[in-house]
Design a protein around this ligand. Structure first.
Ligand code: CP
Length: 310
């Protein structure tokens, strides 16, 4: 099959194993393209894409924009804090106004879980979810899995730990769904307060002991504490960042206790000194910048394949 089973990319949920394999195969080709002296292909010429960012982003926004430009698409960039959203315009009105300008595909980041699926039902154009609240971040999971496949050849049977603020993480949910579909063993690790009980329904193991989890895993993906999604007036989820780093921060001392190296990942943005120390983030076993590099090829693949679904 050289077609995706979906018209939109609102999440990893709903994708098939064939979809993943098609995206990775297409991304391999595009990765070769973006490493050539001439990094551009005409695949999306005369195709217009709007990037709608209702929430802050560095990696995802720049990487989608670069992917679109490498494919020769026309690109519109919209950010909520400099738009008429600030005057009370609704999401659907905002998007319909943009679509009236003959846009073919919308990439959207939004703080509300389900916003991408909602939009996909309301508008006629193709929608790509660039992160919707605590729900899903599908292209992050795809680029993470692609980076692991590059490093390890196969992830089937590999032990992969996702460590940190699972409760507020769309990256964790999308990664779990993607890695399980590829046959990996997935464990989440963090304080009890930051691991919701429903996570076990996704077929993952749960641990509250980082040292024991590091002994178990081949790969550790470290997540940021999402302070911006935590209610400032509620009882805190942990006593202090210092205490969190002592219990759940990845550092050289912890890694030196292992009898073999493990692969270190982080979706970014990193809070250095909290979930991971600088020396570990920048070490030879870290593939953090490979993840960022692969983001462009994966997003080119997703946009290219979805453009054919129109
Ligand atoms: N990983 C990620 O989504 O980063 P940004 O929030 O900077 O896009």
């Amino acid at each position: 099959m050289n077609q995706l089973s979906t018209r939109h990319l609102t999440g990893i949920r709903g994708l098939t194993r064939n979809d993943l394999e098609l995206i990775f195969k297409t991304a391999e080709g595009f990765k070769e393209v973006i490493n050539r002296p001439i990094k551009k292909v005409p695949s999306l010429r005369d195709f217009t894409i709007a990037n709608l960012f209702f929430e802050n982003s560095t990696r995802t926004r720049l990487s989608f924009e670069l992917a679109e430009k490498r494919l020769s698409a026309d690109v519109l960039n919209f950010s909520a804090n400099s738009s008429s959203v600030a005057k009370g315009e609704t999401l659907v009105d905002t998007v319909n106004n943009i679509l009236a300008m003959k846009v073919d595909l919308v990439v959207m980041r939004h703080p509300h879980p389900g916003a991408a699926s909602f939009l996909a039902k309301k508008v006629k154009t193709v929608v790509v979810n660039a992160g919707d609240g605590t729900h899903e971040h599908p292209t992050q999971a795809l680029l993470d899995a692609f980076s692991l496949l590059e490093k390890h050849g196969d992830v089937s049977g590999k032990n992969i730990a996702i460590v940190g603020d699972i409760r507020h993480s769309r990256v964790a949910i999308s990664n779990i769904l993607c890695l399980k579909l590829l046959g990996a063993n997935v464990r989440v690790c963090g304080p009890k307060t930051l691991i919701p009980k429903h996570i076990m329904s996704l077929g993952v193991e749960v641990s509250h002991n980082l040292d024991e989890t590091l002994q178990w895993c081949d790969v550790a993906s470290m997540l940021r504490i999402q302070l911006e999604r935590q209610d400032a007036h509620a009882v805190p989820y942990f006593p202090s960042l210092r205490e969190y780093a002592a219990q759940f921060g990845l550092n050289t001392h912890r890694l030196q206790k292992l009898d073999r190296p493990i692969t270190i990942m982080h979706p970014g943005p990193i809070n250095r000194g909290v979930e991971i120390t600088s020396d570990v983030a920048d070490s030879q076993h870290s593939i953090i910048l490979n993840q960022v590099e692969n983001g462009v090829a994966i997003r080119m693949a997703v946009l290219y394949l979805l453009s054919a679904q129109g």
